[in-house]
Write a protein that binds this ligand. Structure first.
Ligand SMILES: [Zn+2]
Ligand SMILES: [Zn+2]
Length: 755
């Protein structure tokens, strides 16, 4: 007897694919079964119109699914089916498909949350086949309840009935639960005294305490958030003090699009992204400050990181409270996000007045993802790629071409803004944002996350890719996890070359003849006496060559220089006397002397931005890397929007490298002549773009690719598009962040393309 076999690979587990196939097969009157397997989903069916059925799968597939590969073939069988059914997955298979990320709560589940006649009224973990946590609850794959943290909650008869009913939205929903059988929440104060009440009463109590200015540690689907009233400046200041985060902007949770509209300038594009299954935080321009404690939320900025309530917990608290809330990762500045009751009480005990805990055991804690659209050209810029995106990355086609040896690869990434990437099978998985590995807890999180990937994929690397930096923390993992480190190959790749490889990989530019890479960031190891950061590479004939740079200036005092913009300014200026006002006698003597004598040089554009910000009036101490650059971007953006005339400060020059000292002294002169900081700042940005143009013309390239943290500067991106797009094809990161989060993927691409 003839039978049809269909194989589908891609993001097809944890997205409601099997229930969808079941219903479609019924509709087509087919008999047979659907099951998860190593490569995704297998369908075996008998019936007349299986070809049509196959086509229809592609047309009507579930919203969050993604088909990478599919095939249909006919075989013979003696088996006869009398119905269509979902066949349980075979035990102990190791899957080879993309790992499904977390999904925001869908509209239908949201309706149930607020319907007082619904059994899931005020139940924060209301989910269906189309929404809810996936990666954050995954212990193993395939995505079956027994392989997730939901396993411990046995479905009650009602939930089970939904699970078994093909007509229900929760048919075969692996995360299905309700208040009777599912995840429980409880509220305690920081003395450990529990508030007793229904879910609704708990949220009402929380809202009451928030309106008194209290700070709450609230467990969300992928980790704890710290929340407080965003209209209460004392509460927000208190949170800053307790969290030891003096100036870095906080995100604000709004109850929905209509509230956002009252405060923010949001576009259709932004609304789409807020309502998407990834639902990232979006840095958005403020329309009207209204009652927001803006000086405490986002000091000196005219934008705010806006959060849409993407989970049941966030929907319930924001609706019940009725005003915008600060929502920031539950950690101390620089440490990983807390995800267990113990961690939260121990670490956040010094910050929070109340804890809203729950009984879900988070497997993969993740921060919220953050994106921005450049104001003028709406270019998407990823600031942090985490919940909703990680660790999913579609790269199977490229791997099948480039990784013929089927190497099992671990890419360690960088030490700052770390992510790692693994190739355990035919896919690449890029981890969520992990953070700065100099922090001990963050390093532990890094190592534990690598271990969990080993478990999920039954994975041992035969090749490890890492940064050229001789002292990177992340190298420790090699000895810690593989005692016989020699058995694992270790290849080292230069930081900025990895950045360039990352954008070449993301935009599939490997087969191009010639691409100029403008790789600009803070710092990366170049040579033993050179710290790189403002580099131009030419990719030609499969070779990558450094062809231009920011002219070197002296690097002194390591970390202190990164934290003290005036030192960068002094160094770039070549000990210019005009800067004497900023130093006392002793400092002047020490710093100028060091600058004269130090043999370490840098081309860091990050430090160059610090220097420029300083000379234009940025005088505050600095609390996070890039803070002066953010200030400079803001004042320059304001000047751009006012229509300030654009001047290229290097108009007369032929530019082969960017002349840091010359440009800096020009800015100093402009400042002395009384021009406004915004005007000079804008023209500094503009001059850099014109310099890129001249360098690109010098090498006769048609395409330019951009990577490195400086490309989070939305003004620079807009100016590049505005003034270079006519002459060149431009490539910016859109899926990955331009910052060091993309190093791991870059290392992989550099290696695979055998540069
Ligand atoms: Zn749903
Ligand atoms: Zn139930």
């Amino acid at each position: 007897m003839k039978i049809t076999e269909i194989h589908i690979s891609g993001r097809v587990q944890g997205v409601g694919f099997r229930p969808f196939i079941f219903n479609l097969a019924e509709e087509f009157g087919l008999k047979g079964y659907v099951s998860n397997d190593e490569l995704g989903v297998i369908i075996v069916c008998q019936g007349e119109n299986s070809e049509q059925f196959f086509n229809e799968i592609h047309h009507r597939k579930p919203k969050s699914s993604e088909i990478i590969f599919s095939e249909i073939k006919e075989t013979e069988t003696t088996e006869i089916f009398d119905r269509f059914f979902i066949k349980p997955t075979e035990k102990n298979i190791v899957v080879d498909i993309p790992l499904t990320p977390d999904f925001a709560t869908c509209e239908s589940c949201e309706t149930e949350l607020f319907d007082e006649h619904n059994p899931r009224y005020f139940y924060p973990f209301t989910t269906c086949t189309q929404c809810g946590p996936r990666y954050s609850v995954t212990k193993k794959f395939p995505f079956e309840r027994e392989n997730t943290a939901i396993e411990v909650f046995k479905m009650c008869p009602n939930c089970l009935a939904e699970y078994q009913n093909p007509e229900d939205v929760r048919f075969h929903s692996q995360t299905n639960s309700c208040p009777n059988c599912g995840i429980q929440i409880w509220l305690i104060d920081n003395l450990g005294i529990e508030f007793k009440g229904s879910n609704k009463e708990i949220f009402e109590k929380l809202a009451k305490e928030l309106s008194k200015g209290k700070i709450v540690a609230l467990k969300n689907t992928a980790g704890y958030l710290l929340i407080c009233d965003a209209t209460n400046s004392e509460a927000v200041s208190e949170l800053r003090k307790r969290k030891r985060r003096p100036t870095k902007p906080f995100a604000v949770l709004f109850s929905g699009i209509s509230t956002m509209n009252e405060y923010l300038e949001i576009s259709e594009l932004q609304i789409q992204h807020f309502k998407s299954s990834e639902s990232p935080i979006i840095v958005t321009k403020i329309k009207e400050v209204k009652d927001l404690a803006i000086e405490e939320i986002s000091p000196n900025m005219n934008s705010v990181g806006a959060m849409f309530p993407y989970s049941g917990t966030l929907k319930l608290i924001s609706k019940t409270f009725g005003k915008p809330l600060i929502a920031t990762s539950g950690n101390f500045h620089g440490s990983p996000i807390c995800s267990t009751t113990e961690e939260a009480e121990q670490i956040l005990g010094k910050i929070a007045d109340y804890f809203l805990h729950n009984t879900l055991e988070i497997q993969h804690p993740q921060d919220d993802s953050v994106i921005k659209f450049s104001p003028k050209h709406q270019q998407k810029i990823v600031f942090r790629r985490s919940r909703g995106f990680a660790p999913n990355y579609f790269f199977a086609e490229e791997l099948s071409e480039l990784n013929k040896e089927k190497n099992k690869i671990l890419c360690l990434g960088g030490d700052l803004k770390n992510t790692f990437a693994v190739v355990p099978n035919n896919h690449v998985y890029i981890s969520e944002f992990i953070g700065d590995l100099a922090n001990f807890e963050t390093y532990e999180r890094f190592e534990n996350t690598v271990k969990s990937y080993q478990k999920i994929f039954n994975f041992e690397p035969n090749l490890i890719l890492s940064d050229l930096h001789p002292k990177y923390e992340n190298q420790k993992i090699i000895k810690n996890l593989w005692k016989t480190a020699e058995s694992v190959g270790n290849k080292k790749i230069q930081h900025h070359q990895a950045h360039f490889a990352s954008i070449l990989g993301e935009k599939k530019l490997w087969k191009k003849d010639k691409v100029l890479g403008v790789i600009w960031d803070g710092i990366g190891f170049g040579t033993s006496t050179e710290i790189w950061g403002g580099e131009f590479f030419l990719f030609e004939n499969k070779k990558m060559e450094r062809v231009a740079q920011l002219e070197n200036f002296t690097w002194i005092l390591g970390d202190k220089m990164s934290k003290t913009p005036k030192i960068s300014a002094l160094s770039v200026s070549g000990n210019n006397e005009d800067l004497k006002f900023a130093f006392d006698e002793n400092e002047w003597k020490i710093y100028t002397n060091l600058i004269e004598k130090s043999e370490i040089k840098t081309s860091s554009i990050g430090r160059f931005f610090d220097a420029v910000a300083f000379v234009l009036g940025y005088e505050k101490p600095l609390f996070f890397e890039g803070e002066p650059a953010m200030w400079l971007e803001k004042i320059s953006q304001d000047a751009f929007e006012k229509g300030t005339e654009l001047i290229d400060y290097l108009a007369e020059d032929t530019v082969e490298n960017i002349p840091t000292k010359k440009l800096f002294l020009k800015l100093l002169e402009e400042k002395k002549s009384g021009k406004s900081a915004g005007e000079i700042g804008l023209n500094f940005h503009y001059t850099l773009i014109k310099a890129i143009e001249k360098i690109a013309e010098g090498f006769a390239v048609k395409e330019i690719a951009f990577s490195g943290g400086v490309w989070q500067n939305a003004l620079l991106v807009d100016l590049a598009i505005e003034f270079l797009e006519d002459k060149f094809e431009l490539h910016f990161h859109e899926k990955l962040s331009p910052n060091d989060e993309n190093i791991s993927f870059g290392q992989l691409n550099y290696y695979l393309n055998k540069i």
